[in-house]
Design a protein around this ligand. Structure first.
Ligand code: C2E
Ligand code: MG
Ligand code: MG
Length: 701
């Protein structure tokens, strides 16, 4: 099939033009043509249509080949231009070629015409393709230059061959500084060989590698670059270049790091939180396994921290926690982890310690540091702490067990008093299990009505009358039988259950006392023990007043027993609460007096009525002169402060006689009665009013 070609013939001779066309048709072309022979006509033809080739005569009456060439150039179209003319001589031919003609053919020898046209059309197409590619390239580089991303092209050896302005801005290196250098110039050393190993493995296989690089700028500062590196293959499929495009995400990373830090640290103290603590412990274990050195986990709990919050406010509590954190940090070494796990719970990982003895030394140092006075918001404060310790690997092979066992140890530390530490021992678990069981059945005891009260009479040593009873709690455990309050009250206090149980005790005691009054068994009073936990906060006076209303017991018949330590935990609060209770007409007694450290003169500040001398002093008064003189000192001082005295735990007539001599007002103890049931109380009251049981009891002993 003939090839279509559009040909513009610049020729004054119609015959010559026809000759040309014939030649073309012969050569397998189907020419479409226009013939022009003036400047104007040529311009019109160029403007009107697009041409594959221009064939021009050299000299014409009104036009010439060189001018025709110029017109074509002005038109700025790259159309192959062939001069076909009679012999014009070599010089002119060369000039025409220089001016831009693509070929020169003599009219007498048209045999070269067809190959020349074919060649020129082909070359023009090639030129056009190149121009297009160049144009594309130009646009592309323009775009690459303008993007804010850093673009870098390296050869297979990692030598930089191209960088854009984004690269210059991001790295601080000029193009000249970068080109010819190795891409390694950006390495910060923050990512290990394995990172770059994976990168090279990926890209040399021809795959794209994407990740965040921590790179170094010319000025040495680091930046995060989210980069993808694309391998560029040549025609044979061999990777010859890599193109890297990257975004500077330093700010995002910094925000992310800050968030990460926040998620792993305690806001208040800046110490690692439980999450990071667990993480660090996880990492410390294999290190300890390898080194064979001691790894200790310390749990540190502040006793009664809640009190500080409640009485001095949360700000003060916060400052206290910060101060504790600081003291823990200064008491430990740099490599150790000090963390805050919860409210007032801190933890430490001691690593790389030689002997367990050294752990004890560090722990003692910590306890000493924590027990020194804190000066916070104009207050001088002291705290006591308990520390539980577990050691790897003896006390557990994994973090959870180590923490759990340190927790078991801390409970034992707390039980042994304040500012104590205990190492975990296997036998603690059995005890803890017992406690755990006790605790879970204790939780159900109230609703299952397993609690009951016993009552122990108090006898006036002058009138010999029963003046009242102390209500004492018992727990009828379904399997263990009756459990002593000494065993389960601390548990009730620790778990906070004492608040509910305490309310039940108060109500039950008041109800029972009221029922004795209603039965005309005498106007006896009822003494109820209050736990320090019940005394915390400000609700106890409301609770008591509501229960009195509910049970219709007159306030005068209720006596509340508190220990010295209950008051001393928070003297300011205690003064307010006690004043309220006393104002309601309730009698207030200090229980177990002598076992605490408070001085009588200090207790004078509080509206107290009665002082109960602890059983441990009464026990020995007949044998131990020291105890006897302490008891008489207590009695006379109490009297001078206007307090009446009750002696607890009176078991013998000798003790009774001695107490009578010392003018002790009342006694309570097994000599008269063990704690008895409500029904037994009723019997006792009836008997007592009929005859002088007091003397019978005393003389029969
Ligand atoms: P407490 O308030 O000092 O109670 C006196 C304790 O001494 C009672 O022990 C009582 O049974 C015992 N006792 C009385 N006379 C004698 C005696 O002559 N010899 C001996 N050896 N012991 C005597 P109990 O009932 O085991 O209570 C122990 C402690 O448990 C109480 O000491 C009190 O602190 C606490 N408690 C008992 N009931 C309650 C309660 O309802 N609420 C609270 N918060 N604590 C309670
Ligand atoms: Mg008591
Ligand atoms: Mg007592």
């Amino acid at each position: 099939m003939p090839k279509a070609v559009r040909i513009l013939i610049v020729e004054d001779s119609e015959n010559d033009a026809e000759l040309l066309l014939r030649e073309l048709r012969k050569g397998g072309f189907a020419p479409e043509h226009t013939r022009v022979d003036t400047d104007k006509a040529m311009r019109a033809a160029l403007a009107k249509e697009s041409w594959d080739i221009i064939v021009s005569d050299y000299s014409m009456p009104h036009f010439d080949g060189i001018s025709a060439l110029n017109v074509m150039k002005q038109h700025s179209k790259d159309i192959p231009f062939i001069i076909v003319s009679a012999n014009i001589g070599e010089e002119i031919a060369v000039m025409a070629m220089k001016a831009g003609a693509h070929d020169y053919i003599m009219k007498g020898n048209l045999a070269r015409l067809i190959p020349a046209i074919e060649r020129e059309i082909k070359e023009a197409k090639l030129r056009q393709k190149h121009r297009f590619a160049e144009n594309e390239m130009h646009k592309l580089t323009g775009a690459i230059e303008q993007t804010s991303d850093a673009v870098m092209i390296c050869n297979a050896q990692g030598i930089i061959e191209y960088v854009n302005s984004g690269f210059v801005r991001m790295t601080g290196y000029s193009k000249d500084e970068a080109l010819g250098n190795s891409s390694r110039m950006l390495k910060s050393g923050r990512q290990d060989d394995s990172f770059f190993g994976v990168m090279w493995d990926t890209i040399s296989l021809g795959d794209v590698f994407q990740d965040v690089f921590i790179n170094k700028r010319k000025d040495g500062s680091l930046y995060y670059e989210e980069k993808s590196i694309t391998p560029l293959k040549n025609d044979r499929g061999v990777v010859e270049h890599y193109i890297s495009t990257g975004k500077d995400i330093t700010e995002q990373m910094q925000t992310r790091e800050r968030l990460h830090h926040l998620s792993q640290h305690d806001l208040l103290t800046g110490l690692p939180n439980r999450l990071l603590f667990n993480d660090r412990l996880e990492q410390a274990i294999p290190r300890a396994r390898r080194s064979g050195r001691v790894l200790a986990i310390l749990l540190i709990d502040m006793d009664r921290f809640k009190n500080i919050n409640e009485t001095l406010g949360f700000d003060c509590g916060d400052h206290m926690l910060q101060a504790v954190g600081e003291r823990l940090l200064t008491s430990t070494r740099d490599g150790d982890t000090v963390a805050r796990l919860g409210d007032d719970e801190f933890a430490i990982i001691l690593e790389d310690v030689k002997h367990q003895d050294d752990v004890s030394k560090i722990v003692e140092k910590i306890l000493r540091a924590l027990s020194e006075a804190y000066y916070i918001d104009d207050h001088e404060l002291f705290i006591t702490t308990s520390i539980g310790i577990s050691l790897y690997p003896n006390d557990g092979a994994h973090p959870q067990l180590l923490i759990q066992n340190a927790d078991v140890a801390i409970h034992h530390a707390k039980e042994s008093g304040s500012n104590k530490y205990r190492y975990y021992e296997t036998k603690m678990n059995a005890q803890s299990l017992y406690r755990l069981n006790l605790e879970s059945s204790l939780r159900k005891a109230l609703e299952r009505e397993e609690f009951f009260l016993l009552y122990q009479p108090q006898i006036d040593l002058v009138t010999h009358e029963i003046t009242g009873f102390e209500a004492l709690l018992r727990w009828a455990h379904p399997e263990l039988g009756t459990v002593s309050p000494v065993e389960f009250i601390p548990l009730l206090e620790e778990t906070g259950m004492i608040k509910d149980v305490g309310r039940w005790i108060l109500r039950k005691a008041c109800q029972t006392c009221k029922s004795w009054h209603n039965k005309d068994l005498g106007n006896v009073s009822i003494a109820v023990n209050l736990s320090p936990v019940q005394f915390e906060g400000s609700q106890i006076s409301d609770i008591v007043s509501n229960i009195l209303k509910e049970t219709e017991l007159t306030a005068n018949y209720l006596e509340l027993e508190l220990t010295e330590s209950t008051i001393m935990r928070n003297p300011e609060n205690a003064a307010i609460t006690l004043t309220k209770l006393s104002g309601m007409g309730i009698t207030l007694a200090i229980d177990d007096f002598g076992t605490g450290y408070s001085s009588l003169s200090y207790l004078q500040k509080f509206p107290l009525d009665t002082l109960k001398i602890d059983r441990s002093f009464v026990n020995d008064i007949t044998e131990n002169k020291g105890d006897a003189s302490i008891v008489s000192a207590i009695i006379s001082m109490a009297h001078s402060l206007g307090l009446t005295v009750v002696a607890e735990g009176v078991e013998t007539t000798e003790q009774l006689t001695l107490l009578q001599e010392k003018k002790c007002e009342s006694v309570q103890g097994f000599l008269f009665s063990k704690p008895i049931t409500e029904i037994e109380v009723e019997e006792m009251l009836k008997e007592w009013s009929k005859q002088s049981v007091f003397l019978d009891l005393v003389s029969s002993n």
